[in-house]
Design a protein around this ligand. Structure first.
Ligand code: SF4
Length: 254
């Protein structure tokens, strides 16, 4: 099997080789969705992130819904800076349902896209009050009726608050890592979720997405992933690896 020039595992190269410049086609025998490979990936993710939790601060399903809407195109750290004051001013869906969206724009401005997010949050609060007696619903079908809530937000709320594995959260980290790890070739979040649901056992869906999110934040960065420190390194053939002991696959793109 052709390989990039191997370097000793666990040691950071003084000058990491640009692995992608040595990209080669994946050998025919390689099966990225092989059950043994998936098992090993999950085992290593469990070891690295044994108790993965949602990084968005929340005390109930409503706060998690709002925080997840705010997290679009924004870091969780930034969202967590904004939500305590927002929830102190407007603690319940009822409080947000009776105001106009413009009133919360200053509170959430720093999370970006604040006009749309204000409309979504107030719209969701009104829907929760009018259709669900003030309680965030716990089914995918009902959650998707809330303004600003698509499958990603619904999966976060269902998984992290209600403990229901209905789907896999596909955020920017899960998108990038599942493509680098060749768990999908799709490039739309909806199709990536479907692909992941086929290869990851359902009882792992909630933890798996949190683990990929943490891994994306700590090691598998969008630019210059820290491959020399990655516990998945010899299972990963991503085209943009910064360091590799295994062949690089030119189609394994983030
Ligand atoms: S080896 Fe590199 S590209 Fe692959 S998962 Fe780890 S950090 Fe990401």
């Amino acid at each position: 099997m052709p390989a990039t020039k191997a370097k000793p595992a666990g040691k950071r190269s003084a000058k990491p080789a640009p692995a992608s410049s040595k990209a080669i086609a994946a050998p025919k025998s390689y099966k990225p969705l092989d059950q043994e490979r998936i098992k090993e990936l999950l085992k290593r993710l469990n070891a690295a992130y044994p108790d993965p939790k949602c990084a968005l601060t929340h005390r109930n399903a409503w706060e998690l819904t709002v925080a997840t809407i705010l997290s679009a195109q924004c870091t969780d750290v930034r969202v967590n800076m904004v939500t305590p004051e927002l929830f102190a001013k407007y603690p319940t869906p009822a409080d947000l349902a009776r105001i106009e969206p413009e009133m919360i724009e200053p509170d959430i401005r720093t999370t970006g896209f604040f006009r749309n997010k204000s409309k979504s949050i107030v719209g969701a609060a009104r829907k929760v009050m009018s259709d669900f007696k003030g309680k965030v619903p716990d089914t995918m079908e009902e959650l998707l009726t809330l303004p600003g809530v698509a499958r990603k937000t619904a999966n976060v709320v269902l998984g992290s608050w209600f403990g229901k594995a209905v789907g896999v959260v596909v955020d920017t980290h899960v998108y990038r890592l599942s493509r680098r790890l060749e768990l999908t070739k799709s490039d739309s979040p909806v199709n990536i979720e479907q692909d992941l649901m086929k290869v990851i056992p359902q009882e792992k869906w909630i933890d798996f997405s949190h683990q990929l999110i943490w891994h994306g934040r700590k090691i598998c960065f969008a630019r210059k992933p820290d491959c020399a420190e990655c516990p998945l390194e010899n299972l990963c053939h991503a085209a943009d690896k910064t360091w590799s002991t295994v062949p690089i696959h030119k189609t394994a793109k983030p």
